[in-house]
Design a protein around this ligand. Structure first.
Ligand code: ZN
Ligand code: ZN
Length: 356
């Protein structure tokens, strides 16, 4: 005879069932943006969800907006945007195929779950396609890429690049010393890989790298778009302009900044410095140079793909050491809600069984 009464098993089973994540009829995988809809005022990309599962031959109102999205990020570049229709034509299919290839997604040519999720994520404003891959070796699979012509900083060695913050275009809700420390750490990650040092300068106009937070149209032909959407952009060598969207809720510490649309400043800084140095977007999801970044996600550590890419441009820092962080996945700053509840109910079930 069991030492536990039968209602114990019924209750434990009930608790366990509650602890299983529940799925609606249609769910998008890793979908932070669909959870965030209520917070998003200006970002229109989440409206693209209505195109889910669309493929060649379908016609849906607003598809021309999706074509503009693809054009903005380096696809459909040979078609004038006033010619965009709401018809899913061959050109859009080849844009989707290229997008999936460039972002390391399953190549289907359709707007499937994985592709729609990626399209709706906040991302860097730099184009995915204006680059060339390194074809110097046929025996390795490399995913990092460069801008056309493979530009890099050409200063004499030991190379020192100066950076400065704009006096007028900054954010005021994070202490400047904390902003500077976040950037310092971001720069030092790159300088630990290559023989290039970064030093902060006072004079914004004379500095090699000019950092500022700008809003909307700010004069370089690449207007920012408000909350989420495009987060930042930086120009290829030796331009040095490094712009962050002032409309984002930037964060240096997610324990202090509780907004659901908060974006990790240090992660974005690390990514944009990659562009400043000459790296274009990578198709490796874990790489710092991958174009998208979810809100409340940290992606600060360089991965092997980032390091190999930048070292092929500048050589290796003699003190550079391979560490395990080069290989590991990115760390999410917080668990998904469903995992929290799963853990919570699991714990309740455990405590309940221990009490009996
Ligand atoms: Zn980028
Ligand atoms: Zn700009």
């Amino acid at each position: 005879m069991s030492p536990f009464p039968s209602y114990y098993y019924t209750f434990a089973l009930f608790i366990l069932l509650l602890s299983l994540p529940s799925f609606p009829a249609r769910i998008l995988k890793h979908d932070p943006l669909t959870e965030l809809t209520a917070d998003i005022q200006n970002n229109t990309w989440h409206a693209f969800v209505k195109f889910l599962d669309a493929g060649k031959g379908s016609e849906l109102p607003g598809m021309s907006e999706l074509k503009k999205y693809f054009q903005r990020f380096g696809y459909l570049t040979n078609i004038p945007d006033h010619n965009f229709t709401d018809f899913f034509d061959e050109d859009l299919e080849s844009a989707v195929l290229n997008y999936q290839k460039n972002l390391g997604l399953t190549v289907t040519g359709k707007l499937d779950d994985e592709t729609m999720n990626e399209i709706m994520l906040p991302r860097c404003g730099m184009s995915d396609s204006a680059h060339e891959h390194d074809h110097s070796s046929l025996h390795t699979t490399r995913n990092y890429a460069y801008f056309y012509g493979r530009p890099r900083w050409m200063k004499s060695s030991p190379m020192i690049l100066s950076y400065a913050f704009s006096e007028n275009y900054m954010i005021d809700y994070i202490d400047i010393s904390e902003i500077k420390s976040a950037f310092k750490r971001a720069f030092s990650r790159w300088s630990s890989a290559i023989p290039v040092n970064f030093t902060e300068a006072e004079d914004y106009y004379k500095a090699d790298i000019k950092i500022g937070f700008f809003r909307g149209d700010h004069g370089d032909g690449e207007p920012f778009d408000g909350v989420l959407g495009v987060l930042a952009h930086a120009f290829s060598p030796e331009n040095g302009r490094f712009h962050l969207d002032a409309a984002e809720t930037w964060a240096v510490d997610f324990d202090e900044e509780r907004s659901r649309v908060a974006v990790d400043l240090e992660s974005v800084a690390t990514h944009e410095i990659g562009h400043v140095l000459g790296l274009a977007h990578s198709s490796v999801k874990d790489a710092v140079m991958y174009p998208s970044l979810s809100p409340r996600m940290k992606k600060r550590d360089l991965k092997l793909d980032d390091v190999e890419g930048v070292q092929a441009l500048y050589g290796s820092n003699p003190n550079f050491k391979y560490t395990s962080s080069l290989e590991h996945d990115t760390s999410a700053s917080s668990w998904r809600t469903s995992s929290k509840w799963t853990t919570f109910f699991g714990l309740v079930a455990l405590i309940f069984s221990l009490c009996l």
